[in-house]
Each structure stands twice: as C-alpha cells, then as structure tokens.
Design a binder for this molecule. Structure first.
Ligand code: CP
Length: 368
C-alpha cells in the first residue's frame, strides 16, 4: 500500500515537483474552465475530524471544479470513530470507496499513520500543531503569483509559532528556495519549535516586536494564537493579543510587502488593514483552491508532468523500548507502531510527529 505518493509533509515533494505543481496551479488560476472534466468519475474522500472552513471547502470546490465527486464528513460525530474505530481502519475502509483522501485530524501524525493503510493517496489537511502542507502550497502559489518568484526574500512569521502548523510547514518548504531569510516574531512562550529552527540553522533571527523588523520585510505572515492547543485558558487570554497589525505599524513597511495570513483571523490584523493593497490574505484563499486542484491532478496522475512514481526514500527505525514523548502523537493515542528516523548520534525523530527522542536501534529500514 505504501509505494504510492502521498502529501503528508511539504518535504514529501522535491523542489522540482513543488515548482511543477505551482506552475500547474498558476495555469489553472488563469483558466480554470480548461480543467473542468479532468477528474470526471473520480471521488475525493473529504475527512475532517477537526473543524475547517477554507481547507475543507476549497478541497471540495477543487474536486467539483475538476468534474469529480466528493464524499466524506466534516465532524467526527457522524463517523464510526465515535464507536472506537481506529484512524487506520477508518482510512483503509474509505480508501476502498474513493480515489484520493484529504484528511484533517487533531492528533499529530494521524495522516502519516493513515497513509500506511490507505489504498489511495492521502493528503494531510492539517494534523494538530504539526504540519499543514496544502496551506504551504497555497502560500507558495500566492507568493509566486504575486511576486513572480520565490527567492531573495526576508519573511517575517508572526504570532503563535509554537502551535501554528502552517508556519512549521511553510518554513520547511521555503528552506528549499534560494536566499530566504526568516524573522520569527513571537512571545517567548510561543517560539518556533527547535526542530524547525534546526532545519533553517543560519537563516533565521528571533524578535519580540513587529516594529523591530517590519521595515525590512518583503513578506509578513501573520498567524492566530491557537486557543484550541492551549492547556490553560488563562495563558491563552494573556497571550492572545500579543500582536495586532494596524495601519500605523504598516506605514513603516515596504510599499510592495505582502501580508499573508492562513486565516481564520481574530484580532491579529485590524480590519482597517484589509483595504491596503499589500493585504492579500483573501486572494490567498482563492489560490488555495487552485493549488488543491493542481495537487489532486498530480496525485491522481492526471497532469502532463507526473510526479515521480517513487517517493523520496524514508528511514523507518525501530528503537529498543522507546515511545514518542509527545502525548498528542498518534502512537500514544492509538495502537500505531512507533517508528523513528535518525537525527544525530543517539537522537531520533518520531516518524509521525517529529518529536525528538533518545534511543538505541533494533531495526533500520529504508522504505520507498
Ligand atoms: N487556513 C486554514 O487551514 O483554514 P481552515 O482551518 O478554515 O481550514
């Protein structure tokens, strides 16, 4: 079941494949009607175990616009998961009814585990605080379409960098591009996780205030403080309004800086910014639909330039008596075998959620 292509992490695609996808996304955005029957007879499983407006509806609109059909659910309550069925069994079943699956899940690594039992390609539509690769593709297409290229930028990422899966995925993907410098703007409590910082070692700095860097930025990526990921309501209330972008702060920015936001927006961008030509977050939502059309086509092998049929090889290591320490990882919430990849010496990353552990190898596989 595993020698097909899935999109679980943005790093599942090579840079060349991402560039091809963006090229197709731009073509679709210019003339969507040209692609109206490409997915005729195909079915998308739209499985949202966690709320969503943009991702779910843009996936469903994407499949409808490609001439395909959609089945699925938008809340767990209407599935047999409420009877205790595992994620892997649920996906195995639904993959027998569909040609491709987009799934969002609150548990980190759930889409990865699902990809091991699915008969069809699985797309991670967001897993807990971990990754959100199709938002990343949306962000890249927005930048490419509006700036003309993805290189030589200073990009500020602002807000909840700890729990914000969109920024984790975006930093990983942008690290593939030339001369991208990152400015991480967050309170200490909501800093970018170490595993993402390690990924972009010499390419980032951290600041506490937007005003400390806004004049140097080419792109400002705002994010919401993620209430649903906090253990303490008090801590959320203390941090929720850490950043509010308004016209006054924006007056110091470059005239062609882009303001992106994955949305939903709470208070972090004042509505008086919406009419500024630099505010492109609603355009961004539409690019999300076009890139998801391109992604569905690519994963179903329905585009001119196909994905490489063999995915990038992946280490699958079993460790002696070792579990992932992340309580929100699928290996700690369901009966899923813990697997790891090697980072350095005796340090390993959880294959599902990227949490670091110390361990000793029992068995080392390289899987395609
Ligand atoms: N950007 C994003 O993931 O939005 P939704 O949660 O509405 O899907």
């Amino acid at each position: 079941m595993n020698n097909k292509r899935h999109l679980i992490s943005p790093m599942d695609f090579s840079k060349g494949e991402i560039d091809d996808l963006l090229e197709l996304g731009e073509k679709i955005a210019k003339d969507p009607k040209e692609y109206a029957n490409v997915c005729s007879g195909k079915i998308l499983g739209s499985l949202f175990f966690e709320p969503s407006t943009r991702t779910r509806l843009s996936f469903e609109a994407a499949m409808n616009r490609l001439g395909g059909n959609v089945i699925g659910f938008s809340e767990v309550a209407s599935s047999s998961v409420t009877k205790g069925e595992s994620t892997q069994d649920t996906i195995r079943t639904i993959s027998g009814y569909t040609d491709i699956i987009a799934m969002r899940h609150p548990i980190e690594g759930a889409p990865k585990a699902a990809s091991f039992t699915s008969y069809v390609p699985v797309i991670n539509a967001g897993d807990g605080s971990h990754l959100h690769p199709t938002q990343t593709l949306t962000d890249l297409l927005t930048i490419k379409a509006l700036k003309g290229h993805i290189s030589n930028f200073k990009i500020g990422l602002c807000g909840d960098l700890k729990f914000g899966r969109t920024v984790h995925s975006l930093v990983k993907a942008l690290s593939l591009y030339e001369n991208i410098q990152f400015v991480f703007i967050s309170p200490t409590e909501l800093q970018m996780p170490q595993y993402i910082k390690s990924h972009v070692k010499n390419k980032y700095c951290e600041v506490r205030n937007i005003e400390d860097c806004i004049e140097d930025l080419d792109i400002l990526y705002m994010t919401r403080v993620q209430k649903e990921r906090f253990c303490s309501e008090q801590e959320y209330l203390r941090l929720k309004d850490s950043y509010i972008l308004d016209r006054y702060k924006l007056s110091k920015a470059k005239k062609d800086m882009l303001i992106l936001h994955p949305l939903p927006r709470l208070n972090e961008i004042n509505v008086d910014v919406d009419e500024d030509s630099r505010a492109v977050y609603f355009q961004q939502t539409k690019y999300g639909m076009y890139i998801r059309m391109a992604l569905i086509m690519k994963l179903l092998g329905l585009s001119e330039k196909s994905l490489n049929p063999i995915k990038i090889p992946e280490e699958r290591i079993r460790l002696y008596d070792c579990k992932c320490g992340n309580s929100k990882c699928i290996t700690n919430t369901e009966n899923v075998e813990p697997l790891f990849y090697h980072i350095d010496k005796d340090t390993y990353g959880c294959l599902y959620c990227d949490n670091k552990v110390k361990g000793r190898e029992i068995h080392h596989d390289i899987a395609n």
